[in-house]
Design a protein. Sequence first.
Length: 278
Amino acid sequence: MQNDLVPGGTFKGRKMNNKSRSQNRSLGIVGFGAFGQLAARHLGQHFEIMAYDPSPDIAVAAKQLEVRLSSLHSVSQADVVLIAAPVSSFEGVVSEIAVACKPDALIVDVGSVKVAPSEIMRRLLPNHVDIVATHPLFGPQSGKTGIEGLKIAVCPIQGKQHARLAAFLHKVLGLSVIMTTPEDHDQEAAVVQGLTHLIAKVLLGMGPLPTCMTTKSFDLLSEAISMVQDDAPEVFEAIEKANPYAETVRRQFFDLAASLSIELETASRIPLHNETGH
């Protein structure tokens, strides 16, 4: 299989820059929300980008990023198709991509969970395309000042283009690439993301949180909350409901919290004694 995506920042031997955008491979972004726009900002000099999103509110952002809006069918015919659609519409989107994508295309998703989307892509997409499931371990908030050095999980699903994709992500975009499987990813993400978003949700419900007399540890906790509090509701839904391992982690967390609460309540009912024992 011929693959024009090569490490070192070139396509077919051409240096990737804004002057040669029209000669670059095409990238179709399906879902042009906050993350789709973040991707366009960092990939615009490397690809000729077009995007599809049913929302009428993305025209201004697309114009600013010099991204051409088109139909889902047209976007699905790009050399590389990046799926940034919510989990709730993922299967329907993949079904439509499957009938339009061209041979040797690279199909990549960027969702927060990997087991279910990987199974859907493997089942619905044709054998003549390469499939890589990825999860950028950052978002518009954590990546707003730059993405160099940030992490991305890469799960090979079908074909061989994952190696060159990983090289591109690392050598050109400066990302720290973690090669893994959908199952291993979701097991760790159930703790890493599941608990972060769960704790953030609870603490935000207790707000407003203190901002003056705070400790360094609390400031770091507040910073973590600020990174996820503006995520779209479907992100929280995906992390807590679409991850097959999230419920187990969530139950363990709440069980331990309940046990600690009982322990503290029991201790508070034991009277304190003075030095004479009275």
